[in-house]
Ligand binder design. Structure first.
Ligand code: XMP
Length: 560
């Protein structure tokens, strides 16, 4: 038996297994199986699962993007660390594996390798960049440092005319490369399917549906990348694209019922899309066993409490407890100017209100939360992964610990755009489904300095105008967020024949994919002009409007 990660001549083994190398070479041709077939476990546990693909993450910054592209093809997919044990994979019963790229070189002593069950399971494998190099290395080929690092666009030329991975694509196409190492010798049984000027083996494959791509099909700089992934899913793995909002809802309803039984579930509604879709989905499953709590903290936008009530009580018929906690929040915030102290007070007060309500309800056992897939991946990345990020904002953090509630998180497997699709399929109004994110501490972190009723009124007025004009210009959905900030900095102005000494309002409008980075939106001047004009005319106390042209980093989206 060879040791973990050891290399003797051309003999290699996976980091997670102790199979003999000869076994790998055989299983690359899928001729022999291991002593115990991984398919066994899968059959026992995954009868009702949708067709699924597993992306094994080797630490690429693009792993989540691969999953997104696969889901866009209506195939369910999960990103799991490369060293995930088989027992966790088995219930998914994967139709295929995608091995992500990653920062390692296969010749690093601690290089992450492909677990044996991937080869043994006899389903198709697509290795991308490092994933391709890892499988080449393990199956008896050679990987070496390229003469030069290849980063950026390249032209891919096919060596074959009818391979299913290229179905519907031209013989030459632009692709995006990002690699240092490259394939210098293919494993036995493999042939080169395409090359670029710098990579003689840019795509390789064998007769047993193992394919490697040196380039990144998941990024938008590879314009036909999605077709390549689609070909892998449909033509090679035999997927049919059955992952739809409707199938997701049916499956979730069943799971929620199983988890909750006759128990009571509470859910904090913020008015945002994640908690709203969570509530609608849980209600679809268990009806009145779900009780939603909406806390009006006095920091919401104009007409927001009324809108939330209208949608949830009347439209969705939800069991809703509306708590007017305006006075208690504003009393606690009086005199506070430090942004972090504001956040802390608001979070703490929210938990108190929520606990009081939950106690009145007689000890519910479950808490429904709108956790999304990116949060799940972020909290479970492979070691040393560059995709590790720090999540800073959790509105109801700490709640379950204190209250001993089990979590119901039906959106754990979804991306934001999928959540929106599910919301629409559940009959929620577009206005709510496409609402821009709004922070838990609300307008308190958009008023610089102390939060007072007067300032809140001013900000509400200005924010209303921004929203109104952005929607009128049909820009609302294009922007990640657009809002007003009240900087109670007094400046001189003139209105009529009078000198004024009023407040300043800043307009903030940003584009972003995930709020980790953002750019200021290039709003048309006439839209900015209308907003400015309306604010100084309609909002008493404001005599100056400025536009924030900072990106994130170095600024943040919110001002506090
Ligand atoms: P920043 O200002 O950090 O914001 O660039 C990134 C995203 O997070 C939102 N945000 C918050 N959300 N509680 C929240 O629920 C908070 O304390 C909080 N602070 C910022 C912000 O609106 C943006 O979408």
């Amino acid at each position: 038996m060879a040791k973990k990660g050891a290399r003797t001549g051309s003999r290699r083994v996976a980091a997670t297994d102790d199979l003999e190398v000869s076994t790998y070479l055989e299983i690359a041709g899928r001729k022999v199986g291991p002593k115990e077939s991984p398919d066994k476990g899968a059959e026992e546990t995954s009868q009702e699962r949708p067709e699924a693909i597993v992306v094994l993450d080797f630490g690429s910054q693009y792993s989540m993007l691969i999953a997104r592209r696969v889901r866009e093809c209506r195939v369910y997919c999960e990103v799991l660390p490369y060293n995930t044990p088989w027992e966790k994979i088995a219930p998914l019963k994967p139709r295929g594996y995608i091995l992500s790229g990653g920062p390692s070189s296969v010749y690093d002593p601690s290089a992450p390798l492909v677990p044996a069950y991937v080869y043994e399971s006899r389903v198709p494998i697509l290795g991308i960049c490092y994933g391709m190099q890892a499988l080449t290395h393990q199956l008896g080929g050679k990987v070496a440092s390229g003469v030069k690092r290849e980063y950026g666009p390249a032209v891919l030329h096919q060596n074959v005319s009818d391979h299913p991975i290229f179905r519907g694509l031209p013989r030459e196409m632009p692709v995006w490369m990002s690699h240092g190492d490259q394939i210098t010798e293919m494993p036995p049984g493999f042939s080169s399917l395409a090359y670029t000027d710098n990579a003689p083996v840019a795509v390789l494959g064998n007769d047993h549906k193992i394919i490697g791509l040196q380039f990144h099909p998941e990024v938008s700089h590879t314009p036909d990348g999605k077709t390549i992934l689609k070909n892998f899913l449909y033509e090679i793995c035999g997927c049919e694209g059955t992952w739809t909002p409707k199938s997701f809802i049916a499956e979730s309803v069943k799971r929620i019922r199983e988890q909750v039984g006759s128990g009571k579930v509470i859910c904090a509604l913020s008015g945002g899309v994640d908690s709203a879709v969570t509530a609608a989905l849980v209600q679809r499953a268990i009806g009145d066993q779900l009780i939603c709590i909406f806390v009006d903290n006095g920091l919401l936008r104009r007409e927001e409490p009324e809108r939330v009530r209208a949608v949830f009580e009347r439209h969705l018929n939800l069991n809703l407890i509306y708590v007017d906690a305006v006075d208690r929040f504003l009393t606690r915030l009086a005199g506070v100017t430090d942004p972090e102290v504001k956040r802390h007070i608001i979070g703490e007060e929210f938990i108190r209100v929520f606990e009081e309500q939950a106690t009145r309800l007689g000890e519910p056992q479950f808490l429904a939360q709108g956790t999304l897939y990116p949060d799940v991946i972020e909290s479970n990345p492979p070691e040393n992964s560059p995709s590790v990020k720090i999540k800073t904002h959790h509105n109801v953090g700490g709640l379950p610990d204190a209250m001993k509630l089990s979590l119901v998180e039906p959106l754990r497997q979804l991306f934001k755009d999928e959540v929106r699709e599910v919301g629409l399929a559940l009959g929620m109004p577009e206005e709510m489904v496409y609402r821009q994110p709004f922070p838990g501490p609300g307008l308190a972190i958009r008023i610089i300095g102390e939060v007072t009723r007067e300032r809140l009124e001013m900000l509400r007025g200005a924010d209303w105008v921004v929203m109104d004009e952005i929607k009128a210009a049909k820009l609302y959905r294009e922007l990640w967020q657009s809002f007003a900030v009240l900087a109670p900095l007094h400046t001189v102005g003139v209105m009529g024949d009078y000198r004024t000494y009023g407040n300043m309002v800043a307009i903030r409008a940003v584009t972003s994919d995930d709020a980790m980075t953002a750019d200021w939106a290039r709003l048309p001047y006439d839209v900015l002009a209308k907003i400015s004009n309306r604010i100084v005319n309609e909002v008493p106390g404001v005599n100056r409007v400025v536009y924030d042209i900072s990106s994130k980093p170095p600024s943040t989206i919110e001002w506090e």
